[in-house]
Design a binder for this molecule. Structure first.
Ligand SMILES: Nc1ncnc2c1ncn2[C@@H]1O[C@H](COP(=O)(O)OP(=O)(O)OP(=O)(O)O)[C@@H](O)[C@H]1O
Ligand SMILES: [Mg+2]
Length: 268
């Protein structure tokens, strides 16, 4: 169905809808330069990967391996990045499915699109990553096209139950409260993401400005100034500030950060 060796291939098209993008493990590795995870999530991810490396032992003990992960939390906190990291560590290709594309097709075909994607993942070991998962798994009550979406959710439930254990299913959402409870229960691994605390923020800022000529005490300054920002916000602001420093042939200063912060104006 799909050639494993070539990258960024499209999944089979359904009625002209792109359902996903294919990334080799190497491409996944390139996406994840550094991932800062709070200790709890790091532990969950590491344990998950360890378990998948011990399949035979788990079979001996008759304990099923986990392979359905849901990640939820605010934008820019590392959910998508974690999916790439997992694929890299598991040496599996990642299939990134754009659920809004699946759904914005003719509604009647949503179910069959979902089925096709899961059939592919059942037949070919991969990390099947459904981003913006809430788009499909909204509680049945809260949707306008109630009947259609209820059908799609039912299809999804069936697909999750029949998924087998050769692939990994990963879903990410900003809106965990809108997820259908029955779908929620299907996941064996749940991870909460939040805005970085001071410790993670410092760690991330150090990674970002490491090796770049900067004012003394800059990390502390930036760390205080960017409190409340997501990782993605911090990255953008620091990059902006570095650009300013470069065009001025100057070391990175507090002023560069302040200006960049104001220009970027993250929605806080
Ligand atoms: N925990 C993190 N560690 C390192 N970098 C991060 C982290 N979170 C976010 N970033 C940076 O922000 C970018 C966006 O992060 P990512 O796509 O993983 O966010 P997300 O949680 O999936 O957000 P959304 O809910 O909007 O999809 C990453 O490519 C990375 O550069
Ligand atoms: Mg994301």
């Amino acid at each position: 169905m799909m050639n494993k060796n070539s990258s960024n291939q499209r999944l089979p098209r359904a009625k002209g809808i792109d359902m996903g993008t294919y990334y080799t493990p190497k491409e996944c590795a390139r996406k994840v330069k550094h991932l800062v995870l709070p200790q709890m999530n790091r532990k969950i991810v590491e344990e998950f990967i360890t378990i998948l490396g011990m399949r035979a032992t788990f079979e001996e003990h008759n304990v099923p391996i986990p392979n359905k992960v849901v990640m939820y939390g605010p934008p820019g906190t590392g959910k998508t990045l974690t999916a790439f990291y997992m694929a890299q560590m598991l040496e599996l290709p990642l299939i990134l499915v754009r659920l809004d594309a699946v759904i914005h097709s003719h509604l009647g075909e949503t179910g069959s699109n979902i089925r096709k994607i899961f059939e592919y993942a059942k037949a070919t070991p991969c990390v099947l990553f459904l981003d913006e998962f809430d788009a499909i798994a909204r509680t049945r009550e809260s949707n306008d096209e109630v009947k259609e979406m209820a059908r799609a959710v039912n299809t999804l439930l069936q697909c999750l139950d029949d998924f087998g254990d050769s692939s990994i299913f990963v879903a990410a959402t900003n809106l965990e409260n809108e997820l259908d409870r029955a779908i929620w229960r299907r996941f064996d691994t749940k991870m909460t993401y939040s805005l970085p605390d001071e410790f993670s923020r410092r760690q991330y800022i150090e990674l970002l400005i490491n090796g770049f000529d900067g004012e003394a005490g800059l990390t502390e300054e930036v760390c205080g100034r960017l409190a409340g920002c997501s990782f993605a916000d911090i990255e953008q602001i620091v990059l902006k500030a570095k650009r300013k420093a470069i065009i001025e042939h100057s070391p990175l200063t507090r002023e560069h950060i302040v200006l960049s912060y104001e220009e970027y104006s993250p929605s806080l």
